[in-house]
Design a binder for this molecule. Sequence first.
Ligand code: ARG
Length: 461
Amino acid sequence: NEGALWGARFASGPSPELQALSKSTHFDWQLAPYDIAGSRAHARALSAAGYLDAGELDTMLAGLDTLEARVANGDIVAAESDEDVHGALEAALIGIVGPELGGKLRAGRSRNDQIATLVRLYLKDHVAVIGRQLVHLIDALSAQADAHRTAIMPGRTHLQHAQPVLLAHHLLAHGWALSRDLERLVDWTKRADVSPYGGGALAGSTLGLDAASVARDLGLASPSENSIDGTASRDVVAEFAFVSAMIGIDLSRISEEIILWNTREFGFVTLHDGYSTGSSIMPQKKNPDIAELARGKSGRLIGNLTGLLATLKALPLAYNRDLQEDKEPVFDSVETLEVLLPAFTGMIATLTFHTERMAELAPAGFSLATDVAEWLVKRHVPFRDAHEITGALVRYAEEHALELDAVDDAALASIDPRLTPDVRSVLTIEGSIASRDGVSGTAPVRVADQFARLADRVRHL
Ligand code: ARG
């Protein structure tokens, strides 16, 4: 096998069954640009340590440029016999610069330190993309909130009507959650910004190569402190999978609401035609497929995380081939989010809210009962009694099929003398919302503050 990275100590070549199992080029080929960037940095380190003269370094770097261009235009692809991207690219480089020079590049590095570095480079690039996509989604939620500053909706707990809230307050709640996911991505980068290059197979290299300059060349903050940790750890990869899963979960919670709000029973939103789908048999259908796909794909993102954690559990140090199983799940998480987030943002940005319908339902279900209880507390009734009195009022209203503000003066007095007619002053939705003006409350003044705070937080991450 021409391009193989090993073989001399073997009496026979690999069996076809082993080759079929071992092969990773069908997924690790996308690391080719990072592999080549690593090779450039490594060639410079070899040259600085005296293993390549100036002419050899120039030829090697020119060869790597050619290799990169020919991989990019599809001229060089993995061969059936290639085990992985590293071996395939070494063979191709040898084809370009010859075996004498090409054979020198592998000195002082192993696929173990290479792959541990390349997966970080790949993830760093994609985290930047996903971060920007998240910012767009947070912006879309904020813009919808801003466009509906006075709209009122039924706030829910247990999915039951609880207390009225501003629609903007609710939408911004999702924005805050996503801002923490963005913060997680930024924070992840601190731990990802380390280069295992120079760790070799596990124990380091005898060649005196400058690992710090390789790290710098690759745009990573520093080399690993420990070659065993550098080549054997994948917690950074698992952490990325967690943040991806958390983003998926946060999207699934928005999705579930949009799916409900889009039903005839709720009638809170209409989806834009460009962001909804039809049925092959029912001509009238207009379905919230983006939200459903987001909800479904959150399961897939969780699966990628749990699969990877299961692979890592109890793995002894240092490198084990099991670690090759880290790539497909995280590549899938990256691809899933990068296709999902733009569609999701488009769906949010183009959503039409039926605010009159939301406002009409906001007082239903005695959602102002807490306001009555707190009105009594302000008149120095102990909350325990206030809760009881208001509960009795709700029961009376329910039995007589009345809203709370329609219970007459005599009935109020018969429930409890402390329920004087001026209790009706708190029985308006607008009054209820405006009075929840403590920090983090739904009062318009408080919600107005949140826009700048959220934008500020996102900008400073
Ligand atoms: N393809 C491997 C991985 O993804 C890297 C190669 C290491 N192979 C080895 N036999 N040490 O982890």
